[in-house]
Design a protein around this ligand. Structure first.
Ligand SMILES: [Mg+2]
Length: 490
């Protein structure tokens, strides 16, 4: 027996936190995510909402059709992050390595602490008890010999469940007649492909392993190993420096076919990526542009480049990639950097360094004092963009005067708070773990629509604080404002 692994997964995490903090929500169908009037998806929903058929990732309009009487709320990521940290503190006590794959989910290597499966079972129940007692939240736990099996086990008795899978044989006999998608990394597309060849269940994979390997190559080999219960992956202590990419993306409330606007949006996203990369002390070795067209078809275009960390450079590569794509109507645009590396001694001083927007790290950016930055061209581009859309950049001092005039809630999982730092293992929509600056309370005032439309030249003034522009919610509002202006000015 090599490893003993616990997979902890909070039950309906965002919804459970909200219910814990407002008991009036208990027993009601609660849907956290976009609002029905917006575009976007369900992030999480309560178990009562699940009875209506609502699921995470479901289009919010579809959810609303299923349950118009539900309570719909924007997520409060700051709060969930704080709760998550509290949970990590509890869980860390029991693990030699903890890998946080989402705010509410972790693999814990308890091999040393537990010694045996019986010891591990005691730990698992202790974790469940303390999670409930100290955080007021329910979780499900899987205990197993491998990561895949542990994750499968935690799903087994949700919510509030506990389940064990001690050996590969137990794992196989549990899943053998289930759909292939039960196997880790078999997503929708792979499952469809396998189905189309009549390989529907794990049993079929086992009986047709050569065929699966021929069809899917390396991935096929991995899938056939899993179908035999083999998964030697270790629990790796999560380290944001091992992040695979840093990115930002935005889903528009209405599709955009104005490519001049898209270029401007790309610039703002690039500046946001620069900020995040600097906070983490990371440089990119390549840039990826992502687009989802109005027909939901997504494309990505990537390009290697050296020292991609400044907004100008990221934007330069990404806008070049944008030039070459098919110019269809766009629903989502995103930019990210990958092949991350830390920039020598720059990282030390970057940790708590909040750069002014627009300053570029010197080409050789490794000088002892990284504040010796060159140029303010990005700054100039930024103010050009803002003024083009009639956006007034103001200093922080507006905070005293400003109230958040009727701006609705905070960013949701699809608008603007996607992206972030992608865990190297989960790889999918990151942001939840290390996504530096999620929407925060203190930027509520920073994007405000003030004055009434009767005021002199051209209606309400949209104000942003440039220092806070790149936080999720403010960035999202600003870009939405730009989109509306672009439509008006057509
Ligand atoms: Mg969960």
């Amino acid at each position: 027996m090599d490893q003993i692994i616990i997979h902890v997964d909070m039950d309906a995490f965002y919804a459970s936190v909200e219910i814990r903090d407002d008991p009036a929500l208990a027993g009601k169908p609660l849907i956290i995510g976009s609002l029905p009037s917006e575009r976007g998806v369900v992030a999480t929903c309560s178990y009562e909402a699940r009875k209506y058929g609502i699921r995470s990732g479901m289009n919010i309009k579809e959810a609303y059709a299923l349950c118009p009487s539900g309570i719909y709320m924007h997520p409060d990521f700051e709060k969930y992050k704080a709760v998550s940290e509290q949970l990590h503190e509890i869980w860390n006590e029991y693990a030699s390595a903890a890998e946080y794959i989402a705010l509410d989910e972790a693999y814990l290597d308890v091999t040393e602490q537990a010694g045996t499966f019986d010891g591990a079972r005691r730990i698992a129940h202790e974790i469940k008890r303390r999670t409930l007692q100290e955080a007021g939240l329910s979780c499900s736990i899987g205990l197993a010999y491998s990561k895949t099996a542990a994750k499968t086990a935690s799903e087994e008795k949700k919510p509030g469940g506990y389940f064990e899978i001690r050996t590969p044989e137990e794992f196989v006999s549990l899943i053998i007649d289930r759909d292939v998608s039960v196997l880790y990394t078999v997503g929708k597309k792979t499952a469809e492909k396998l189905h189309s060849f009549g390989i529907r269940t794990v049993r079929h994979v086992r009986e047709n392993s050569e065929h699966v390997e021929r069809l899917l190559g390396k991935h096929g080999k991995w899938i056939t190993m899993l179908a035999s219960g083999i998964d030697d992956r270790k629990v790796e202590a999560y380290d944001p420096r091992e992040a695979k990419s840093i990115g930002r993306e935005i889903t528009f409330q209405e599709d955009v076919d104005d490519y001049a606007l898209l270029r401007d949006v790309l610039f703002l996203l690039s500046m946001s990526v620069e900020r995040r990369a600097r906070r983490a002390g990371l440089f990119g070795g390549g840039v990826t542009l992502k687009l989802t067209y109005s027909d939901m078809k997504s494309i990505t275009r990537s390009r290697l480049c050296s020292d991609c960390s400044s907004a100008m450079k990221i934007y330069g590569e990404a806008s070049d990639l944008l030039e070459k794509v098919e110019k269809l109507s766009v629903r989502l645009i995103g930019v990210s950097i990958y092949n991350l590396s830390s920039g020598g001694n720059v990282q030390l001083s970057l940790l708590d360094y909040d750069p002014d927007p627009g300053q570029n790290i010197d080409e050789n950016g490794s000088g002892a004092d990284n504040r010796e930055l060159t140029g303010s061209t990005a700054d100039e581009v930024l103010s050009g963009i803002l003024s083009r859309y009639g956006i007034e950049a103001v200093n922080k001092t507006v905070s005293e005067a400003g109230d958040s005039t009727g701006e609705n809630g905070r960013g949701n999982s699809e608008n603007g708070e996607n992206g972030g730092v992608n865990d190297k293992n989960s790889g999918s929509n990151g942001g939840s773990i290390a996504g530096g600056d999620s929407g925060t309370n203190d930027d509520e005032y920073t994007a405000t629509n003030t004055g009434d439309s009767s005021a002199g030249d051209g209606g309400p003034v949209f104000r942003v604080d440039p220092e806070r522009l790149f936080r999720g919610e403010t960035l999202y509002r600003t870009i939405e404002y730009m989109r509306k202006k672009a439509v008006e000015n057509r």
